[in-house]
Design a protein around this ligand. Structure first.
Ligand code: WT7
Length: 664
């Protein structure tokens, strides 16, 4: 991956100066320290003294069928963790707790958007997982086969993931908000044999008909042999279901055996694929394996959230379609035997206090969400949380993008009542687990800073030349392997090396800029590559551009992420139309293009605005100068509607393009 220097100054949606003005520090209170699992530097010291021994201790907290032979084998950039060891993820998440007498503990308090509720214990979850695992076997799924999952946030999505893990079939969860086209590409890249989906899911009071949407693309997926459909929103026939190929979930589990022994998996066997956007148009299938991944998600979940599994009610308000859901709704929390809340719908249905009503009802102690959600709540007003008893809360988490100090302080005051540490957690799909975050009983918090690398993590900020920056800004890199690290990109080992390990030899770099302040605190400032972050979701500029040029009217498109008060960044598209086409650069056509992108990729990728230009500013070598476009996009109040840039703006773009040095 080449990272152009220009982007370093241009990409961050927040600057360190934005953060510094807050100035306040929040050391752990007496109360927080007293109940903390860790209230001193012991974990950091243990990791520093014996790095491999430290991770071996964490791995030993899991149940292994056979012990590992080596802790870490490192042949840059390929790592093997706990090699030779055998274990099963679903056994560690379920059987282990049931065998220890905790089968009656609640695994999930689930709430559907219409208000339906289910309380599922560990014993019940184990039962459902075994039955569905047998159902998958009955459809011909064997160890190593890939299973695609395209589902709403219902308990069955967790059951499906764990059932795959139980029989050693790697899952590939595709976010239910992605388009059928995106689903098709991911199914084909992984050659998935079975698709698990639902008739629909609830969103803002309406049904999203997942199966019906997906059915037409199935003829373009040669590998799919069977489809399993959960009946969530209806109770009758589902249109387009094909006998023989498609089956109802409830029919399959009714016939399935109640017992399914867990498949002993090698520590390095593939647990799942999860597709994420990069700097090219083709999403990458990030590979996560078994032993190291589970070790690190369990470790980080326990210590970052200071977990007390017998008393906590933990709620990660993400979707299982993202890595946050994989690691911190499913695998981390279940490995640690904790009780979670899981919610299907949107925060404003039926009213803007839905989350706070849920938090009150289940006496949620720990809430993990994204800055974009917090900023939305700020906009709605503090009266919504104030109307509810949130006194059970004791810890708050943030993930997905830099959290601005204003949002941090609002979260601290209006949700946490001034008593709950706010842990800002930095990580990525690729890292599998949180790598940078405070330990709530140890770290003094600065609003807007993710603070320090966790124990056992080697991280450094470096300059352009790859030299360590002790104080000041640069690129965030990792200096050592870590157990939950991606093992590669599915089907493309070269791309793995090139994308993450080539920019700074010997170091992992995946696109984030960061600064180190005078006390050594880390401040992430946003991506330095052509990747946007919209509401905590990673979207590639190139992917949106190729969706745009795939519309018959578009000659060329350039897409930038421009600062947005609520979503962090918003997608702004500059488009030149084909000459001779019977379309004009109208608002109406702009809307059509925005819809076209939403249809190709998913609603999250819909540009906020389309600006028609006669020409795009380019370097002499033909590279589009996104920095310039970002300047234009951020310097003007473009509003929420489609706008035709006036000639002046286009002239201005051209004038500045010519005045700038050639950048290759
Ligand atoms: C990118 C990863 C990790 C789960 C959600 C997103 C940004 C993530 C933070 C944070 C600043 C953050 C980074 C990263 N990011 N957390 N606490 N502070 N930036 O996963 O889709 O893989 O995106 O999200 O830019 O590279 P993802």
């Amino acid at each position: 991956m080449s990272v152009a220097r220009e982007n370093v100054e241009a990409a961050p949606s927040a600057t360190i100066e934005d953060y510094y003005h807050e100035g306040r520090e929040f050391p752990p209170s007496e109360e927080v320290r007293e109940r903390a699992l860790i209230a001193d530097r012991s974990l950091y010291e243990a990791a520093d003294a014996d790095w491999e021994g430290f991770w071996a201790t964490q791995a030993a907290a899991l149940d292994w069928f056979e012990p590992w032979k080596t802790v870490c084998e490192w042949e840059l950039p390929f790592a093997k963790w706990f090699n030779g060891g055998k274990l099963n993820v679903s056994y560690n998440c379920l059987d282990r707790h049931v065998l220890a007498g905790n089968g009656g503990r609640v695994a999930y308090y689930w709430e559907g958007e219409p208000g339906d509720q289910r309380v599922i214990t560990y014993a019940e979850l184990l039962d459902e997982v075994q039955r569905f695992a047998n159902a998958l076997k009955g459809l011909g799924v064997t160890k190593g086969d890939r299973v695609a999952i395209y589902m709403p946030m219902i308990p069955e999505i967790v059951v499906a993931m764990l059932a795959c893990a139980r029989i050693g079939a790697p899952h590939s969860v595709v976010f239910g908000g992605f388009s059928p086209d995106a689903l098709r590409d991911r199914i084909n890249d992984a050659s998935a044999k079975v698709l698990v989906t639902a008739d629909g899911g609830w969103r803002r009071g309406a049904v999203v008909p997942l199966f019906e949407n997906a059915a037409p693309i199935l003829s373009d997926t040669r590998s799919i042999e069977h489809v399993v459909v959960v009946q969530r929103t209806g109770d009758g026939d589902v249109p387009l279901m094909q006998p023989g190929r498609d089956h109802f979930w409830h029919d399959l589990v009714l016939e399935a055996d109640a017992e399914c022994p867990p498949e002993p998996m090698d520590s390095e066997d593939l647990l799942y694929l999860l597709y994420t956007s990069g700097t090219t148009a083709k999403p990458k299938g990030i590979m996560h394996t078994t032993g190291g991944y589970l070790t690190q998600v369990a470790f980080s979940h326990r210590y970052v959230f200071d977990l007390h599994p017998d008393t906590d009610v933990y709620w990660c308000a993400a979707d299982c379609g993202w890595v946050t859901g994989h690691s911190y709704i499913v695998y981390g929390p279940l490995a640690n035997g904790c009780s979670s809340v899981m919610y299907e719908g949107t925060p404003d249905f039926p009213s803007k206090d839905r989350w706070w009503e849920i938090a009150e009802r289940y006496r949620v102690t720990t809430l993990y969400t994204a800055p974009t959600a917090i900023r939305t709540f700020i906009k709605w007003g503090s009266e919504y949380p104030r109307a509810h008893d949130l006194s059970a809360l004791r810890l708050l988490g943030s993930v997905g993008e830099p959290i601005n100090p204003e949002a941090w302080v609002w979260y601290w005051e209006h949700i946490g009542g001034g008593r709950c540490p706010v842990v800002d957690t930095w990580w990525q799909t690729e890292t599998g687990a949180i790598l940078v975050a405070p330990l709530p009983g140890v770290t003094s918090l600065k609003p807007g800073s993710a603070t320090f690398p966790l124990p056992g993590i080697g991280a450094e900020v470096v300059d352009d030349a790859g030299n360590r920056v002790e104080r000041g800004g640069g690129y965030f890199t990792l200096t050592r392997p870590w157990p939950a690290m991606l093992r590669g990109i599915y089907g493309d080992p070269e791309r793995y090396r090139e994308t993450y390990w080539s920019r700074f030899p010997g170091r992992y770099f995946a696109g984030d800029g960061a600064k180190v302040d005078e006390d050594g605190y880390l401040w992430f400032v946003g991506r330095v590559d052509d990747v946007m972050n919209v509401s905590g979701h990673r979207i590639s500029t190139t992917e949106v551009e190729s969706a745009l040029v795939d519309h018959p009217s578009v000659a060329e498109a350039a897409v930038v992420g421009a600062k947005d008060e609520t979503t962090g960044q918003g997608i702004v598209a500059f488009v030149t139309l084909r000459g001779g086409m019977q379309v004009d650069a109208s608002d109406k056509h702009g809307r059509e293009l925005r819809d076209h992108v939403a249809q190709r990729i998913g609603p999250i990728a819909r540009p906020k605005v389309v600006i028609f230009t006669d020409e795009l500013p380019k370097t002499r070598s033909g590279k589009i100068m996104r920095r310039l476009l970002r300047d234009v996009a951020e310097g003007r109040d473009l509003g929420d509607t489609t706008t035709l840039a006036d000639v002046g703006v286009v002239d201005e773009i051209r004038r500045r393009a010519e005045a700038s040095p050639t950048e290759d």
